[in-house]
Structures are given as C-alpha cells and as structure tokens.
Write a protein that binds this ligand. Structure first.
Ligand SMILES: NC(=O)c1ccc[n+]([C@@H]2O[C@H](COP(=O)([O-])OP(=O)(O)OC[C@H]3O[C@@H](n4cnc5c(N)ncnc54)[C@H](O)[C@@H]3O)[C@@H](O)[C@H]2O)c1
Length: 384
C-alpha cells in the first residue's frame, strides 16, 4: 500500500476537473482542500468535490498538507510555487514551470536548497504513446534518428474562448502554450537539446472575438502567432517544428522522426494514447503499434476539438506525473517530471522565442537526463 498524500490545490479553473478525475486512476493522493485568488471559484470547486475551500495563506499553513498542486495561470506559476516552497511544502505545477527561464531556475534552486520536490507538467510523455515510441526507438528498429518534424497548428482560441487576450500578449503566444508538450516529448525520445534557430510571423494584427459578450468586436495581437524553428539535439538530430495559431486546418502528423534504418510517427504529444507507426522500407507499409491496452493508453475521453489531425477519442491521465512524484518522495528517489527536465524545456521555449524573434541562433544553456522509461510494472503500483 502506498502512502496517500494529502494535496492542497491552488487555482480552481478549467483543468482542475481533470486532476480530480485522477483520483479514479491513482492510489497515492487525495486533494483535500482548495484555494484561489477568486474566492467564488474556490468555493464552487470545494462544493463540487466535497472538500474544504480556504485562502491561499491558510492552505500554506495547513500542517496536514504536504504537497500543493499549482493549477493557476502560467503567469502566476512562479509566484505561487515560490510561496509553496517557502512554506516548506512540495509543489507540482501545471506547465510551464514559469514564463521566464531565470524565474524557473530560481524555483529549481530554491527546491534544492529546501530539500523539497518540484514537479511539473506535462506528464503526457509518460503515457502509452510516448512510452511506446521510446521503447521502439530504444530497440533500434529505425536506427539513429537524424532528422524529423513536428507541428501544432490551429486558428487560435478566440472562436470559443470569451477572454482570449492573454494568448496574444507578452508572456503568451503559441510556444509558451504548446511548446512544453512537444519539447518534453522530444527530450524523452532524443535527449537534451543543444541549439535552436527560427523565424516568426503574425498573420493577423487584430483578431475577432468569436464568443462571449464581445463577440464580433476585435482585439490587438501583441506577440508573434507563428514560430518556425529548427532544434538541434546533443545526439545530432535536427528537428523542424511549427507552432502556430495562424492555421485554419491541416492534416499533418503531429511528429515524424527519421532514422538511419526507418521512420516513426509519434502520436499527439498533448495526449497520452494513440498508435505509433513505423516503416523501414521506401514506400513500404506502416506497421501499427497500438497503445490502447497499455495502462496509460486506454481510451477514457472523447476529444471536442474536431481538428483534422486529432483523434475523436483518446487517453488522458493527467496527474500521473504528480502521482509518480509522490511515489518518488516516499521512496527517496528522483521523479520523472522533475525540475531539471522542466527547466531544460523552459530553456528550449525561451531560446526558441528569442532565436525566432531576433533571427540569431541561440545555444541552449541547460541540459538534463533523458527521463527513465516508465514501465507497465511501475505504473501498476500507482494505479487503483
Ligand atoms: N484548460 C486546459 O485544457 C489545460 C490543459 C492542460 C494544461 N493547462 C494548464 O493549466 C493551467 C490552468 O489552466 P486553466 O485552463 O485551468 O486556467 P483557468 O484560467 O481556467 O484557471 C486558473 C485559475 O487560477 C486562479 N489564479 C490565477 N492566479 C492566481 C494566483 N496568483 N493565486 C491563486 N489563484 C490564482 C484563477 O483565478 C483561476 O481560477 C495553465 O497553466 C494551463 O497552461 C490547461
């Protein structure tokens, strides 16, 4: 029997529901209290899940809570996580670690000094898709990966989101938003990155609210909305990545990597499931490697996005990264969604934006270990 950690939640918005669903799947945590700068949001959440709502300050003083789950907006991750660590508690935060590299570095150093764990989403690379791709690459089926490409592209959130402005302001944009999934997946498969170069463009100077009370009115776009970047990894692979809010529709695979003996199609880095495909001859068949029987690949959601390259059903086991961190705390081990990895990913994010905006290639300053494979046996220990 694993120890069941009592978790306090800060940030009671949209994604909180997914983490409460984690109680169904994982056996070593229980979210027992919540807080938000918006007291109404905290009260609503507490009522819905039958837990107590409190202020951030008293949550941090609560002695029975050892861990805080930080589900606030990206711009608040740094200040909230810093308060948590200073209060002597472990923290697991949604992505990204912080919106600026220096602040992320400060958090990782603070956790180290205080001998506390800091964990960070995304944990999607721990899913069936990410782990199956890793297993196939490590088995040398496609040889050494030399090049590849990846894409996240859609028309932006304003068609359905009533307050989309933060996606288009400073410390917003597509790389901060979706980069964590793609870069974490690439580091899981290829190891740390070394250098990046890129270009940006902004297709629309103003955007139109598509929902809510301001529907039909327009707002200003203050940051680039498309990044075309080339990331070089220490293992020699060069990957081209497109991250854009300027694409109406597309049908490309999320990620294709090309090795000396064959090619691999990696499923959606934003999700846990999906099949991996491998081909080892020119024009040859694509062998399907299903993940829907894997513990973190079993289908449990329907996707509402309707995008051409996304599956209508998928697997979503967000919170496994926190569960795995808690198990590591209990056993005194290193966790997989750790500060070193998320800081490296934040370094790639910031360097990509800087390289693309200035036109000057950027060296990635940090490195990290490739996360250890997450075996079915290890996963089983965490699951109900
Ligand atoms: N919504 C999604 O589908 C989704 C998916 C994956 C990851 N995420 C990530 O999860 C995080 C939260 O996203 P969301 O969609 O739930 O956002 P949201 O805006 O719906 O909720 C965020 C909540 O945090 C609260 N908050 C903001 N600053 C705070 C502070 N300083 N102290 C306490 N509370 C504060 C807000 O009042 C709000 O209730 C983000 O980092 C996002 O990148 C979201």
């Amino acid at each position: 029997m694993n120890k069941v950690f009592k978790v306090g939640l800060i940030g009671c918005g949209h994604i909180a529901e997914t983490y409460f669903r984690g109680h169904q799947y994982f056996n070593n945590f229980k979210i027992v209290a919540c807080a938000d700068i918006n007291q109404k949001a905290a009260d609503r959440c507490a009522k819905l899940y039958n837990i107590k709502s409190t202020s951030v300050r008293s949550l941090l003083k609560d002695k029975e809570i050892e861990v805080i789950l930080n589900l606030t907006i990206p711009q608040a991750h740094y200040s909230v996580s810093k308060k948590v660590l200073n209060a002597g508690k472990h923290v697991y935060s949604e992505k990204p670690l912080a919106t600026q590299f220096q602040k992320g570095k400060e958090l990782v150093n603070l956790a180290k000094r205080k001998k506390l764990y800091i964990g960070n989403a995304p944990d999607t690379f721990l899913g069936g898709g990410g782990q199956k791709a890793r297993e196939l690459i490590d088995s040398d089926l496609i040889g050494e990966i030399k090049l590849g490409n990846a894409i996240f592209a859609f028309p932006g959130v304003e068609s359905f989101h009533p307050t989309p402005e933060s996606w288009y302001r400073k410390q917003g944009g597509p790389v901060i938003d979706m980069g964590p999934y793609f870069f974490s997946t690439l580091v899981n498969l290829l190891g740390p990155a070394k250098q990046v170069q890129g270009r940006t463009l902004t297709a629309f100077k103003r955007r139109i609210y598509g929902a809510g009370p301001k529907k039909g009115k327009t707002f200003k776009v203050e940051v680039p909305t498309t990044y075309l970047a080339t990331v070089q990894f220490h293992n020699g692979a060069i990957i081209q990545i497109t991250i854009s809010f300027d694409v109406i529709n597309h049908q490309r695979n999320h990620m294709e990597l090309y090795g000396t003996k064959g090619s691999i199609i990696v499923p959606d880095p934003n999700m846990f499931g999906g099949s991996v495909y491998i081909s080892v001859t020119e024009g040859g068949r694509w062998g399907e490697h299903k993940t829907d029987k894997m513990q973190l690949g079993k289908i449990n959601i329907t996707s509402l996005s309707g995008r051409s390259n996304e599956s209508p059903t998928n697997a979503n086991y967000r919170s496994v990264g926190m569960s795995e961190m808690l198990y590591a705390i209990e056993k005194g081990k290193k966790h997989r969604c750790n500060g070193e990895l998320s800081l490296h990913v934040l370094d790639i994010i910031e360097s990509t934006m800087k390289a693309a905006i200035t036109g000057t290639p950027q060296k990635i300053k940090t490195t990290c270990d490739k996360p250890k494979k997450f075996t079915e046996q290890e996963i089983k220990k965490l699951m109900n």
